[in-house]
Ligand binder design. Structure first.
Ligand SMILES: *[C@@H]1O[C@H](CO)[C@@H](O)[C@H](O)[C@H]1NC(C)=O
Ligand SMILES: *[C@@H]1O[C@H](CO)[C@@H](O)[C@H](O)[C@H]1NC(C)=O
Ligand SMILES: *[C@@H]1O[C@H](CO)[C@@H](O)[C@H](O)[C@H]1NC(C)=O
Ligand SMILES: *[C@@H]1O[C@H](CO)[C@@H](O)[C@H](O)[C@H]1NC(C)=O
Length: 391
């Protein structure tokens, strides 16, 4: 009864509408539709062609341009089949809880042209901690002569390494692959022949074993030594806004080492389009591939600073090399007391970004290792290291 009444009321309302008004009403919506369509076309145009590149900015006041563009959601790009496949594999590896090990170890991976001048120092570092670490050496030029029992027969099959070329990344991947063969290795550290430890083994072991992030250096440098090295050939997978820079000396947890092994999509982009002389610029894959890769795929899983200290304060092409006379308890104390990471952009602004070094949310000293130490510093470093009050 009620439903019928309602229906009738509805009918009545329809009948009430005076027929002559229909024509007048048709005209109004047409104008509204035309107006809305024009605005839509304009919006789509402005959206597809970013404002700074189109004439759209000249149409509306330039001051309102910025606010206008900020209304728009970030454009969502259709991912390619390879990107979808890559992301699903990486997401799954990152979500899979790691297998517990009864004997968790840290893999120390040395990247060197030949012999390691600090083997004797590392020998003191490792002594008494057998079973909690493994050593892997990639010697690219000549077979090393060893002075420590922990380094004998630890060379992996190596390849030639050209400075700044993809062969550097290949050597890093070769070390990771070999170190991953040991299922007890939970954290992986990349070191050079000029690196020294700044703390004793237990400190380093606990710092790395119980961190919830990998220490991969990554920051945005809009200058010529940062995004200035980017090439549009890396599109669509690597957009310029995601391009990052960082020192190559990383430490990473096992899941991260595995996703580096699993990646070929992003690796190929950097191999082919980030190299010396690319588009008339010099791009160095070892400074950009991993910082960009992790920024894209697991930004919250990395610390964004490297635990290996290096002194760029002289502002030269190469960092400061420590000589024998530079080595003092004060130098080591100075480096080990730093608890903020500093990044400086390479543009004219030389913008300095300072961030506290957070270890599982706690502010702690940033550095476990340091470079570049000349071989002549060995004896003084051993003296300091064996002084129990120092390390
Ligand atoms: C590292 O940087 C990324 C992006 O800038 C950020 O999302 C992430 O939280 C940073 N990591 C840490 C541990 O702060
Ligand atoms: C240690 O740091 C202090 C304060 O920044 C500085 O004055 C001193 O020269 C540094 N010493 C060494 C050996 O680096
Ligand atoms: C690491 O631990 C800190 C402090 O508990 C937390 O804020 C952060 O989200 C954690 N990061 C990851 C990747 O689990
Ligand atoms: C050990 O280092 C302290 C300073 O940290 C110094 O005073 C002491 O003389 C050193 N001992 C030896 C044996 O070198």
């Amino acid at each position: 009864m009620k439903a019928a009444q309602a229906w009738r009321i509805g009918m009545k309302d329809n009948h009430i509408l005076p027929p002559p008004r229909h024509r007048a009403q048709l005209k109004k919506p047409t104008w509204i539709i035309v107006l809305v369509s024009l605005v839509c076309v304009f919006l789509v145009f402005a959206y597809v062609y970013p404002l700074q590149h189109s004439g759209a900015c000249y149409i509306i006041l330039s001051s309102s341009c910025k606010t206008f563009s900020s209304w728009l959601p970030p454009p969502t790009r259709q991912l390619s089949d390879d990107e979808i496949a890559s992301r699903v594999v990486i997401k799954n590896i990152l979500k899979t809880p790691s297998i517990e090990s009864n004997n968790p170890k840290i893999a120390f991976m040395f990247l060197s042209p030949g012999s390691l001048p600090f083997e004797k120092l590392w020998d003191k570092f490792f002594e008494g901690h057998e079973g909690r670490f493994s050593v892997h050496i990639h010697a690219s030029r000549e077979k090393p002569v060893h002075s420590s029992r922990y380094f004998i027969n630890r060379e992996i099959r190596s390849g030639k390494v050209d400075w700044g070329k993809i062969s550097m990344v290949d050597a890093e991947k070769r070390l990771l692959a070999n170190a991953l063969k040991d299922p007890d290795n939970r954290h992986f550290v990349l070191l050079s022949d000029s690196c020294v430890p700044l703390h004793d083994f237990d400190y380093v072991y606990n710092y790395l074993m119980y961190t919830n992030v990998s220490f991969i250096d990554s920051f945005e440098d809009p200058g010529p030594h940062g995004s200035g090295r980017y090439s549009d050939h890396m599109l669509p997978e690597v957009e310029k806004k995601f391009f990052r820079k960082g020192a190559q000396w990383f430490t990473m947890k096992r899941q991260h080492a595995i996703i580096v092994m699993a990646d070929s999509l992003y690796y190929t982009k950097f191999r082919d389009y980030c190299k010396p002389g690319m588009d008339g610029r010099n791009c160095y894959a070892d400074e950009h591939y991993l910082p960009t890769f992790f920024h894209l795929l697991d930004p919250n899983g990395i610390a964004n600073w490297s635990v290996t200290h290096v002194d760029w304060s002289e502002g030269k092409w190469h960092p400061k090399s420590y000589k024998e006379q530079d080595i003092s308890p004060q130098l080591i104390k100075n480096i080990t007391s730093i608890s903020e990471s500093v990044h400086v952009t390479s543009d004219e602004k030389k913008e300095t970004m300072v961030k506290p070094c957070l270890w599982n949310g706690i502010n702690r000293p940033c550095y476990l290792f340091a470079r570049k130490f000349l071989p002549e510093t060995l004896d003084r470093m051993i003296d300091l290291f064996t002084n129990q009050t120092m390390f």
